[in-house]
Design a protein around this ligand. Sequence first.
Ligand code: PSV
Ligand code: MN
Length: 381
Amino acid sequence: MIKDLLRQQRIETPSWAYGNSGTRFKVFGQPGVPRDPYEKLADAAQVHRHTGIAPTVALHIPWDAVEDYADLARHAESLGIGIGAINANLFQEEDYKLGSVTHPDPAVRRKALDHLLQCVDIMDATGSATLKLWFADGTNYPGQDDLRARQDRLAEALAVVYDRLGAHQRFLLEYKLFEPAFYATDVPDWGTAYAHCVKLGPRAQVVVDTGHHAPGVNIEFIVAFLLREGKLGGFDFNSRFYADDDLMVGAADPFQLFRIMFEVIRGGGYTPQVAFMLDQCHNIEPKIPGQIRSVMNVQEATAKALLVDRQALAAAQQAGDVLGANAVLMDAFNTDVRPLLAELRAEMGLDPDPMAAYARSGYFEKICAERVGGAQAGWGA
Ligand code: PSV
Ligand code: MN
């Protein structure tokens, strides 16, 4: 039963994780890094090949801009994977210094909206059902712009995009406390995202990026609440020690990841309607193994959450048995699920140890030898 549920799990990897990345101090290049979206998809296919549960890749536009999106989708299919969420990018152009859809100048707002509509065209061409919207919009200084007017402009843009969506498409609105805006962000928290989505309708949902909260925020509570309201559309998984660190999910706080997965399962969110996406950057570690490790971390947390004895938990909760209820959760969290997952992989025809299988495969040596010349993909490319 648990194995069946784990076999059905789907985790989406981000195209940008395969490119070079870094901090504002330095982007470190790595050998074998893709030069274009086609090569990024080839790397993503390796993650799926060794884990068996990562069959889609999210694109970021224009980082992944190509001439022919249908051709890119066919390329993905030929590699045994598919195109996942289309991520809009309204944060890398001069025009957006003071915002994109919330900019005080209507011409900039129009340009930003056109980009969002173009992203929906790309969804049509690639067969993607999900648009992910994150706005870097905000202000750095009190008085810089009218906070309320910016919400009005945001609502106006979201409504146009919502109306453009096909019946099988949806958008996920992502919130983030701060950065790049340091005083007020226009979508800073789940409540703001939720309120905009509720107004629009069922095809607008909230996406929880686990790195986008203030320290100490109880993310599993947000998950439970959004699920209860039918508004949890998915996750951008990563982990953080300080701010939006984009480190490998499960690396900083595997217990938090377990608690989140438990609420997902408890709340009926363990369905394809709640997308498990990674949003990470591998600045110093190799990228493909970094993604494999991350997929495995989510899978381990899921297995532990599925192991929770829900009946025993409910009984202890009902009886007011504080320690007993806590023990039920901790028992599951403290279970070593690695043998179970190794067994599952063997049953799926995979190597029980995806990290070792990738290392042995020779793929890394091959891309290092082949991908010589050209410009490596990275931020802004
Ligand atoms: C913003 O920090 C974010 O989480 C959004 O999802 C962006 O699309 C992504 O990071 C870019 O890496
Ligand atoms: Mn994100």
